[in-house]
Design a binder for this molecule. Sequence first.
Ligand code: ATR
Length: 280
Amino acid sequence: MNITAKTKVCMVIGDPVEHSLGPVIYNEIYKKLGIEDQFVYVASNVTTDMIEDCIKGVRAMGIRGVSCTIPHKQAVMVFLDEIDGVAARIGAVNTIVQNDGKLKGYNTDWHGVIKPIEQITSLTGKKVALLGAGGAARAAGFGIADRGASLTIFNRSFDKAQKLANELGAFAKTLEELEGVKSADIIINTTSVGMSPADKETPLPKEFITSNHLVFDAVYTPYATQLMRDAKEQGATVIHGTEMLIYQGIEQFKLYTGHNLPVETMRQTLHKILNIEAGK
Ligand code: ATR
């Protein structure tokens, strides 16, 4: 470690925050890129009632970058000097960057969904089925709508699906209508169904998946969710939830450090931390 008085501090704030992979990943990458004397990354558990004081502290201490996770992505917004246009439309900030005492909020979550898909196929003109209507669905939905895809949102609570669909010019459906995913080109799961320890569960019956589908699961623990295993068995193309972390992180890393992080560097680092075997 080569921390000096010039080292810039970046951090993640959330409640809870202990599970965050940010400090392990980013500090490892600072080392790999040989910039560990320039940047250090830490985590802080910040409760909602302390968020205003926290942002004042960030400003006062010249913290370079702040990653915001649950439940702060909306709450931080009023305390910032500027909000990037996309983040304003999504209504959530997951990245704050400080320059000359000014705090600007960004949203890089939507990159995490759009970019991995665009490595495989264009979204324009495609039919996309989005499972879930929470925070992750919102960021994904704005990206999908932005690319000119036709979007249908399936959610357990229909009113939430309807509300998000109205904002995005999308269709809303209940889980009883889930068989409708058969006509989609791309299926994206943003619900928490299948997440460890409930890793035998899946948000989608296997028989609804075909070999024509591209299936993306935002759940990344376990790496091979039941949905990913079913989709592979059905001959579909799959994108694991780790890809979302990778592409979101690359965008965030650039905002904090100015460095273009190679995808492979990020992927190798994350897979090593999560004990994911190469090629699995
Ligand atoms: P995130 O920020 O990760 O998107 P969230 O905002 O709490 O988390 O959203 C969770 C999503 O998973 C919601 O769409 C939720 O459905 P409801 O809107 O009906 O709550 C969905 N979800 C969670 N558990 C589910 C379950 N057991 N079956 C179906 N959907 C579920």
